[in-house]
Design a protein around this ligand. Structure first.
Ligand code: GTP
Ligand code: MG
Length: 452
């Protein structure tokens, strides 16, 4: 299977108009050469490695597209195989046509992530770096991209390698103590270094959890009774007049979902219909949808109109959602205050804003982030992108370390402590890509886009 030549359309991140058909494998140059007519008259098979050539893709005597073709021979390529990239100028239709021709010429359509899988298989990149490529591909916001690029540098593998090495050292020291029980002075106290390891694993896990939020984003529902300014608040976050705003109570008759970037984190904002006694069937359905949005959300913004006394509906809504993570938003702060105070102990936070003038809206955004990221403003230092299986391995390593530590303190046999340390050693090894089963690899690489 490794011997064949694969191809796919791989469009560079952030560019729409221009696209690339990428080939990798022993026949890459030959297949591309069969379709390409260089302006220079040279044949691709004879050009030096790492050179770029202008010309045309030609099929049945007709020009399909004007292209730039780069030829890169193994091993100095991403996959460590012969690689050809055809940069088309004619848009997606021409690209698809070029890909077709390449497939007819003998290449096989690449599976998702197969280029990166080959790079890993051929020892070009570590598993950690392969993951980072996936993250770069998927990063949707500036912050996410920075964190992914950071990881591409392999900082996570460095941290894991250090942890694993320390576990190995403790294990050796423990085994010396077991083999030579008499040399008491030679055995070190494993307590403090084990504490440090557990702490480091916890810190990595916490960073991984923040990474999950940054990558997947969070869902925030804007709820409240009619006319309190929910839609105005949505528009303020989006900085555009997305939702209809009128003085008529019951303006919003459906849920509206929009993605906004708050402090670099993708947030799905859901504006909902105001809660009140439904006036008709449409409104009853709208309120059902509002309640569904409440159930789905990671966080609620419960909006009140601070320029009027609170109503029974306001208080009911607050009471219904006490169990959920909720920010009380006292809106219309540009008008004189007539609402009585809310019990701040009941909410994750209470904020005053004017959705109309924008006053306090940025601060509310920062508050949302602070809450969700548990008190930390997300700098890329605090964030780590881990996949489900990576978090799982890290958690396993952490719990084995915890077991070892507990065993040490309760004075169980050194055998059992060593056993727990060994499990942690294996798990951290797997995190480095050592001894990873085929199925795990397949799962990882199948998550890439085709063409990466
Ligand atoms: N003075 C002032 N008026 C506001 C503010 N926010 C909203 N309004 C006004 O309040 C009225 C209702 O605003 P909407 O955003 O439509 O309220 P809503 O909560 O979405 O209402 P429904 O969709 O009916 O549930 C409009 O006339 C807005 O201009 C504010 O901060 N200050
Ligand atoms: Mg509305």
């Amino acid at each position: 299977m490794r011997g064949d030549t694969i191809a796919a359309i791989s469009t560079p991140l952030g560019e729409g108009g221009i696209g690339i058909v990428r080939l990798s494998g022993p026949r890459a140059v030959e297949i591309a050469g069969g379709l390409f007519q260089a302006t220079s008259g040279l044949s691709l098979q004879h050009v030096p490695s790492h050179t770029l050539h202008h010309g045309f893709i030609v099929a049945a005597g007709r020009r399909v597209d004007e292209v730039l073709v780069s030829v890169m021979r193994a091993p100095r390529t991403y996959t460590r195989e012969d690689t050809v990239e055809i940069n088309g100028h004619g848009g997606i239709v021409a690209l698809t046509r070029i890909l077709d021709l390449v497939l007819v010429g003998g290449a096989r359509l690449a599976e998702r992530g197969e280029f990166t899988e080959r790079a890993f298989m051929n020892g070009r990149i570590s598993l950690d770096e392969a993951q980072a490529v996936l993250d770069v591909v998927r990063a949707r916001t500036r912050l996410g991209l920075e964190a992914a690029v950071e990881r591409l540098g392999g900082r996570f593998s460095v941290a894991i390698a250090a942890i694993r090495e320390e576990i190995g050292r403790l294990l050796a020291s423990l085994e010396v103590g077991m083999d030579f029980p008499d040399v008491d002075e030679a055995t070190e106290d494993l307590g403090p270094p084990l504490d440090r390891l557990v702490e480091e694993a916890d810190a990595l896990l916490a960073r991984g959890e923040r990474g999950r939020i940054v990558r997947d984003g969070l869902t925030v529902a804007i709820v409240g009774r009619t006319n309190v300014g929910k839609s105005t608040l949505l528009n303020a976050f989006l900085a555009e007049e997305r939702a209809i705003v009128t003085p008529v109570p019951g303006t919003t008759r459906d849920t509206i979902e929009e993605e906004a970037a708050i402090g670099g984190v993708p947030v799905c904002l859901i504006d909902t219909a105001g809660i009140r006694e439904p006036a008709d069937l449409v409104e009853a359905e709208a309120q059902r949808r509002a309640r569904r949005a409440i159930d789905r959300a990671d966080l609620l913004l419960l909006v009140f109109n601070r320029s009027l006394p609170l109503t029974a509906d306001d208080l009911d809504l607050a009471r219904e959602n006490w169990e959920r993570p909720t920010v009380a938003v006292l809106n219309k702060s540009d008008l004189p205050r007539r609402a009585e105070s809310l019990d701040p102990g009941r909410f994750a936070a209470v904020r005053e804003v004017s959705a109309k003038t924008g006053d306090g809206v940025d601060a509310l955004g920062r508050e949302i982030l602070r809450l969700v990221l548990r008190g930390e403003i997300p700098t890329h230092d605090a964030i780590l992108f881990l996949d489900v299986w990576e978090r799982d391995l890290l958690r396993r390593a952490r719990s084995s370390l915890g077991e070892a530590r507990a065993g040490l303190f309760s004075g169980v046999s050194p055998d059992l402590v060593a056993e727990a340390l060994r499990s942690a050693y294996v798990a951290t090894g797997q995190l480095q890509g050592i001894d990873v089963g085929e199925d795990v690899l397949k799962r990882i690489f199948s998550r890439f886009c085709v063409g990466k």
